[in-house]
Structures are given as structure tokens and as C-alpha cells.
Design a binder for this molecule. Structure first.
Ligand code: E4P
Length: 222
């Protein structure tokens, strides 16, 4: 499974990239708006693309097919590793088809059902993004979408990658991996939690403690 960081925050991205923890980035208008301030969001995107070699998703904000296509073309010019994010709406799918025909990778976002994922794949999406946390928030089980989409894609040999999004905690990552999602995208806070286990810390304390007792004994015996 690949790990993407779901952020536009450059210090978080640098931290994760330095540790070799991530394979790519997803952003969205909310995440870019949070960090851009007075900066041009395209410059922020360009900087992100220079820090991370893997795919960097950047979302269009237009709503008509023509405008989404034109905006997608512009976003794709920012860097070779840009993946254009198109929302899962009726007018979005023809834009996905045209961008894909031009050789531009597309991530269809805001997917909440397996059939939406299938439609996006048929349009030529490289990634489909089911939003787990937002489904859980309204009392559904977001994992059902991953489970069903995996079966459908495997039934038909569809190569579109399932990108588990809206991840809120490490259990989402484990479950999505068990169900065969290709990618999990998560905030830095969740990625950090993946590294931690209290028994690791306790075990290390114990090892170091025992080792220092041995050193003390060796000194006393000398
Ligand atoms: C994915 O590409 C989205 O940016 C993201 O996962 C949305 O997550 P949220 O529901 O935490 O905003």
C-alpha cells in the first residue's frame, strides 16, 4: 500500500519526505486555503511538487466540463507529478475523459459509493477517492465502499487505483490495507500515530535501563 500525506503544509511534507514515509501528496481547496495566505496557491503547489517526487493531487474549483478541463490542463502544467483532482459530479466525468485522453492523470474525489468509483474508473481516472471518515460521520461504514469497489475492480480487471481518503485514525489505514486499497492518504497527525506503540517505548526503556545497570555493575567490579 502506498501512503500519501493529505496536506498542503510544507513543513509537514518536508518532515514526512525526509523520513521516507510517503509516496505522494493529496491536497484540496480547503487544505491549500489553510496555508496559502497571501501566496499564490499555484506557487505553493509548485513548491510541494519539488519536495515530493511522487504524485501530488491538486483539485479544480470550476464546475462546468469545459472549465474543469481547462483548469485541469493548467494545473498539469505546474509540474510533471501533478495529478488533477476532479469532483465526482456529472459534468466532471467528461472532463476526466478528456484529461485522461491527453495523458493527464486524474484523481476523482468526493466518492461515497462503489458505483461512483466504477463510473470514475470507466471515465479513465487513475485514482478514485472514497471518503471514509465523512461516511463514518453520518453513520455509514466507509469501509464498505472500499470492500465493494475492490471486488468490482477485480471482477473487471480495472486498473484504477483505490485511494482511501478522509482517514481519521490508524485503524482506517489498517482496515483499508486489509481490504486491498492501493493508497491511503492521511493527515500528518495520523501518519505520526502509525509510527507509535506504547509497548515499543516501554520495551526500549527497559532495554536501556537494563543495559545501564550492566554498565554500572561493570564499573563497580573494575
Ligand atoms: C482527499 O484527497 C481529501 O483531501 C481528504 O482526505 C478529505 O478528508 P477530510 O474528510 O478529513 O477533510
Amino acid at each position: 500500500m502506498q501512503f500519501f500525506l493529505d496536506t498542503a503544509n510544507l513543513s509537514e511534507i518536508r518532515w514526512a519526505a525526509r523520513g521516507g514515509l510517503i509516496d505522494g501528496i493529496t491536497t484540496n481547496p480547503t487544505l491549500l486555503a489553510k496555508v496559502a495566505g497571501d501566496l499564490d496557491p499555484r506557487d505553493v503547489l509548485k513548491e510541494i511538487c519539488s519536495v515530493v517526487e511522487g504524485p501530488v493531487s491538486a483539485e479544480v474549483v470550476a464546475l462546468s466540463t469545459e472549465e474543469m478541463y481547462a483548469e485541469g490542463k493548467e494545473l498539469a502544467k505546474v509540474a510533471d507529478n501533478v495529478v488533477v483532482k476532479i469532483p465526482m459530479i456529472e459534468d466532471g466525468l467528461p472532463a476526466v475523459r478528456r484529461l485522461a485522453a491527453d495523458g493527464i492523470r486524474v484523481n476523482v474525489t468526493l466518492c461515497f459509493g462503489a458505483i461512483q468509483c466504477l463510473l470514475a474508473a470507466k471515465a479513465g481516472a487513475t485514482y478514485v477517492s472514497p471518503f471514509l471518515g465523512r461516511l463514518d460521520d453520518i453513520g455509514h461504514d466507509g469501509m464498505d465502499v472500499i470492500r465493494e469497489t475492490r471486488v468490482i475492480f477485480d471482477n473487471y480487471g480495472i486498473e484504477t487505483q483505490i485511494l482511501a481518503a478522509s482517514i481519521r485514525h490508524p485503524r482506517h489505514v489498517v482496515d483499508a490495507a486489509m481490504l486491498g486499497a492501493d493508497v491511503s492518504t492521511m493527515p500528518a497527525e495520523v501518519l505520526r500515530k502509525l509510527l507509535l506503540h506504547p509497548l515499543t517505548d516501554r520495551g526500549l526503556d527497559q532495554f536501556l535501563n537494563d543495559w545501564s545497570k550492566l554498565q554500572t555493575r561493570a564499573k563497580v567490579g573494575a
